[in-house]
Design a binder for this molecule. Sequence first.
Ligand code: 5GP
Ligand code: ZN
Length: 146
Amino acid sequence: MKTDHAYRPDCLFCKITRGEIPSSVLLETDDAVAFLDIHPVNKGHALLVPKTHHANLLELDGAHAAHLASLLPRLCRAIQAATGAEGFNVIVNNGRAAGQTVDHGHWHIIPRWSDDPVNWPWPHAEYLGDELEQMRVRIERELKSG
Ligand code: 5GP
Ligand code: ZN
């Protein structure tokens, strides 16, 4: 896949995707690797990453995003079958405020059980007055300009 995003020698996941740091690889294509998270939320927790360096989802072009997404159903089916999980979460943390700690974008696949200790749902907020419509308009405006 054509890309301007180079390998970063100081990046942990660039090193992992190139095999310079060992990892438990589950799946590999020319453009992506999936491997087990070393500190799993639940056992079987995997990370799906592009081979080229993208700091987060904002830097990922449509072709790379589509390739990663195309691998998800098979990977998730395998994780769910192998772990016996009742379900799974696919989560992408972007930015420190959202919990991102490794600045090479990655998609978490986390197997889930109804009695596991993971807290979901997160707390929910309420829109007041016309806040919901204002929010829709702001995002729509950004989509049109972007
Ligand atoms: P983030 O918090 O950035 O969304 O997720 C980073 C993930 O990378 C964490 O879940 C963490 O456990 C995992 N991780 C950090 N260092 C390593 C490593 O050296 N090898 C593997 N396999 N996973 C790692
Ligand atoms: Zn990287």
